[in-house]
Design a protein around this ligand. Structure first.
Ligand code: ATP
Length: 577
């Protein structure tokens, strides 16, 4: 049974885990084997006390050396079997941990993989530890306790009293450690954040000489963490010493109690010694179990939360129709009771149309693009991406979507993979490299990328140190264009800010429109207006106007001349007023 369980679990782990077939079978075998082996291990635990009982009460009075040798051999065999059984239980639990870890990580989207990997690693580490075995052994404690009661009720009562004292010490420890543990977590997190920020800010810190202030702040947090760590250590050490003292004393107290009962003829000498051994086999696992159970509950809650997160992110459905993006009564609120950062947004962009979203800094342009890209949920209304409209908020896979975020960043890999790896996954290879070259050409960055040490095969981290900010931005535009996406979302493409870049962007937008893509671009300035078919004006998160460019501009001009001022966004290259 053990071999089948471990082999099935091992197969599942190495195969990448098909939970429906091999995974489920392996899980059932493991549970069954764990239960059987748990019973066996705990029954074998009684071999030692039984040996004492027989030696003191039968072998010594009979004076039989042969019986003593046979009993000793039987005890050695029992303990060898118990060691094997416990080793097998540890191995089964470790494999169960690996299966659960795989369960958590497999469904996680790559973007959320860090959280899943962390919780998966915690689950695996717990199940591979002695604490997990201690939890599994807890249900067998009443059996041991029952045997002690059989020896004599007073011995059982002493064990229960000892367990109550150990539980009280555990409770005091939890109470005293709560404060230092909270302070330690806070200070350690602040120190880690200070260090994490020092990396990206290294140039600023060096140039302005503020490394001293940052270092002082980090040292303050680190010192607070160190002090809290010391206090926590003092508390746990004191409680551990007290627990150990109680356990050792109780073992001697059992002997004393047994001796007293033996003097009164209520207990045999063998039961006295066996009872003392049994007492240590009860109190040790009980003490371990007290710290292991809260740990197990924390790990279980973490695992359940990870499974819920995985279930809450189903794969995107296929694009149901032609490229089209529309919003109806869309609103976005960040946090409970907060003012909406977007409200009353309504628009529709068809295939082969370019929509320009214009607004001042902080108007809500990025928020709107993020909702369309499926990165932010709408709190009211809906956005449909593609031809369908049955799913509220958003539908459509991101694979057909080209996206240029405000602060583009790239995953590790080569430049070619960074640009076209997703558009051509899982194929990769030559088609991917060709697509990367074409997209880079369209974004005006091909020559810069070819001049890198290994051209398009240069690693992204190296390219990032060798390319200018503008070139990296163009590389991000190339990534958005790669694979000729049906829907193209460009957030404030700063390539538009110089004449050469403007011409490149204009050509890329016209080409996307010509092949029937729906294009949405955000900007603070109006110089992209001549390229657009539609314009959406936002102010303070609210839609001011939407429609064909000529119509919206004419409306603005009429409104402006009615109040005797110039039209705000009508100046082709002026900032939106
Ligand atoms: N996480 C957040 N929580 C609460 N409010 C936010 C959050 N992120 C952004 N905002 C607010 O939402 C509003 C719109 O922000 P958004 O980034 O969409 O502006 P924008 O029009 O793109 O500006 P810019 O042109 O400067 O990039 C801003 O007032 C901003 O302060």
């Amino acid at each position: 049974m053990l071999c089948r369980a471990i082999a099935a679990a091992g197969r599942q782990v190495t195969d990448g885990g098909s939970r429906d077939q091999g995974g489920g079978v392996a899980g059932h075998w493991l549970f069954a084997a764990l239960a059987v082996f748990g019973v066996a291990s705990n029954l074998l635990m009684l071999a030692g006390p039984l040996f004492m009982l027989v030696v003191y009460d039968i072998v010594l009075p009979a004076g039989s050396t042969e019986t003593l040798v046979v009993l000793l051999l039987m005890l050695a065999a029992a303990q060898a079997v118990q060691s094997l059984v416990d080793l097998s239980r540890s191995r089964m639990l470790a494999r169960m941990g690996a299966m659960l870890r795989q369960d958590e990580i497999a469904p996680a989207a790559f973007a959320g993989a860090a959280g899943a990997a962390q919780s998966g690693a915690t689950v695996q580490a717990f199940l591979g530890s002695a604490a997990a075995l201690a939890v599994l052994d807890l249900p067998f404690l009443p059996v041991m306790l029952g045997v002690l009661f059989l020896f004599h009720p007073l011995m059982g009562a002493l064990a229960i009293g000892g367990m109550a004292v150990l539980a009280a010490i555990g409770g005091v420890e939890r109470h005293l450690a709560r404060g230092p543990r909270r302070r330690l977590d806070l200070a350690a997190a602040s120190a880690a954040e200070e260090l994490a920020r020092a990396g990206p800010a290294a140039e600023y810190l060096a140039a302005t000489g503020q490394g001293g202030a940052a270092a002082r702040r980090w040292r303050r947090h680190d010192t607070a963490a160190m002090i809290a760590h010391l206090r926590l250590g003092d508390t746990t050490a004191a409680c551990a010493v007290a627990s150990r003292g109680v356990r050792v004393f109780l073992q001697s107290a059992t002997i004393a109690l047994g001796a007293g009962l033996a003097i009164r003829g209520e207990l045999t000498g063998g039961a006295m010694v066996a009872g003392s051994l049994l007492m240590s086999r009860i109190l040790g696992p009980f003490e371990q179990g007290m710290t292991a159970v809260p740990q197990a509950l924390r790990v279980w809650r973490m695992h359940r939360a990870a499974r819920r997160r995985a279930a809450a992110t189903p794969p995107a459905p296929p694009l149901p129709g032609p490229a089209r993006v529309a919003a109806e009564g869309l609103a976005v609120t960040m946090g409970e009771g907060a003012r909406p950062v977007l409200s009353g947004i309504e628009f529709a962009v068809g295939p082969g149309q370019i929509l320009l979203i214009l607004g001042r800094s902080g108007a809500g342009k990025t928020m709107l693009l993020r909702v369309i890209a499926g990165l932010l949920p709408a709190s009211a209304g809906r956005v449909t991406v593609g031809g369908g409209n049955s799913v509220p908020h958003r539908e459509g896979p991101s694979a057909v979507l080209g996206y240029l975020p405000t602060h583009p960043a790239f995953c590790a890999g080569t430049v070619a993979e960074a640009i076209a790896g997703d558009a051509h996954a899982p194929g990769g290879g030559e088609p991917m490299r060709t697509a990367a070259r074409q997209a880079a050409r369209a974004a005006g960055v091909e020559m810069a990328l070819l001049s890198l040490p290994q051209g398009f095969e240069t690693s992204v981290p190296e390219a990032e140190t060798r390319l200018s900010k503008g070139q990296l931005h163009r590389m991000a535009l190339a990534r958005a264009l790669a694979g000729r996406p049906d829907i193209l979302l460009l957030d404030d493409p700063d390539i538009a800010h110089d004449p050469e870049g403007f011409a490149i962007l204009a050509a890329a937008l016209r080409s996307a429109r010509a092949r029937g893509a729906s294009v949405i671009v955000t900007a603070r300035q109006a110089q992209l207006l001549p390229l657009a078919d539609l314009v959406l004006l936002i102010e303070g998160g609210r839609m001011q106007a939407f429609g064909p460019v000529g119509q919206v501009m004419a409306g603005l001009s009429r409104r402006a001349s009615a109040v005797g001022t110039a039209a705000p966004a009508s100046a082709p290259r002026g900032e939106v007023a």
